[in-house]
Design a binder for this molecule. Sequence first.
Ligand code: YNC
Ligand code: MG
Length: 399
Amino acid sequence: AYKFWQTQPVPKFGDEGKIVDEGPVRVQTIEEVDKEPQPLVAGFDWVTVDLTSDEEMKEVYELLNGHYVEDDEAMFRFNYSPEILRWAMMAPGWHRRYHVGVRATQSRKLVAFISAIPCRLRVREKFIMCSEVNFLCIHKKLRGKRLAPVLIKEITRISNLNGVWQGLFTAGIVLPKPVSTCRYFHRSINWQKLNECGFSPLPAGSKPQYQIRKYALPENTATKGLRPMKEADTPAVQSLMKRYLSRFDMAPDFSEEELRHWLIPKPKVEQVIWSYVVEDGNKNITDFFSFFCVESSVINNPKHDVIRVAYLFYYASETALTEPFDRAALKTRLNSLINDALILAKKAKLDVFNALSLMDNALFLEQQKFGGGDGQLHYYLFNYKMNHIGGGVDKKNQL
Ligand code: YNC
Ligand code: MG
């Protein structure tokens, strides 16, 4: 098992419970890195994809739209729009060398893809520069041919040539060896549509109108001082977020420029990110939350083509930072904020709201009527050994 992964600088299963010194698995110099990519099998060529070209972006969009991640029953498949692909792959520090494709030599058709963006990550007290790898995808007709390891080695080689030696990624499958594992939770917004798509079955003994009533939301948000985040809020949000995230073992360390990119919607394009702040009477930002939207194609459904899925993104609250820590107050505050997020997601015509079992989410998932899904998300670091991180656990306050 793990014929490829056992050759890679990643921790192996079997050392569970042993405390390790955290750091790189393997240390190399740029001189030791291959200057050229590994050759592909005959009939295929390496290419760098130019995502600033609408045409090439469309090719990546179409590859992913037809061949990217599906659920186990093949009922839904991610349908990342070009706009959200731009947001995800052209974040500050992006470079086209990290948009790696494979084309068929004859037809020039794009048949495989892998990407990375740079990310400064804090793991406990240490900071590491990573390539955050995403959108690994191989055309369905080329599956099971050991092309994935070749793509992974190529994005590693390009990262290494640029002095980046660590990788960060998530996957639904188990590989050696997760640093943490989260569960997906889903909160219906448009229950009727979700039911028609086969996403939300009618519970035994219930009736559609009970389900619709269960998930009904108020027309308007309730938090005093809540408003959309503006560019000028970025320094205040950065400071709040840094303090809030310091409570967790692993978190990105975003620059002001990165936060602007990740949180502020771009004008004149389809909206992909929604961010709100709470401003108090003294013009201080006391809380913020954000969510983004990725559509999923509904495969083989007579009535619906897509569901619009909201994903809870970053949030923070001063209520988490009081001394002494007041868990009950944080629970109350997060429930109000997330209820407002649900209301705003409904206004944005989103059908379901997803969240993971991380950060302080355990404080609101049940009360906000999220239900546990089948999906798990495993977090991985490449070329870094570290001690496991428990899901949704605040290291100081053991929520
Ligand atoms: C996966 N998702 O275990 P072993 S997530 C990593 N992540 O190797 P083949 C994966 N490895 O077990 P296929 C993986 N899926 O023998 C499979 N593998 O050691 C491993 N699906 O290769 C697998 N996108 O080519 C096995 O498999 C080997 O033809 C088998 O292709 C796989 O983006 C795949 O789920 C996933 O398009 C491309 O099934 C294909 O099946 C597909 O025979 C639908 O490969 C879409 C999908 C994956 C989404 C994602 C994160 C990817 C991270 C990759 C690892 C990055 C490491 C860090 C590098 C930078 C380091 C620096 C510095
Ligand atoms: Mg393959």
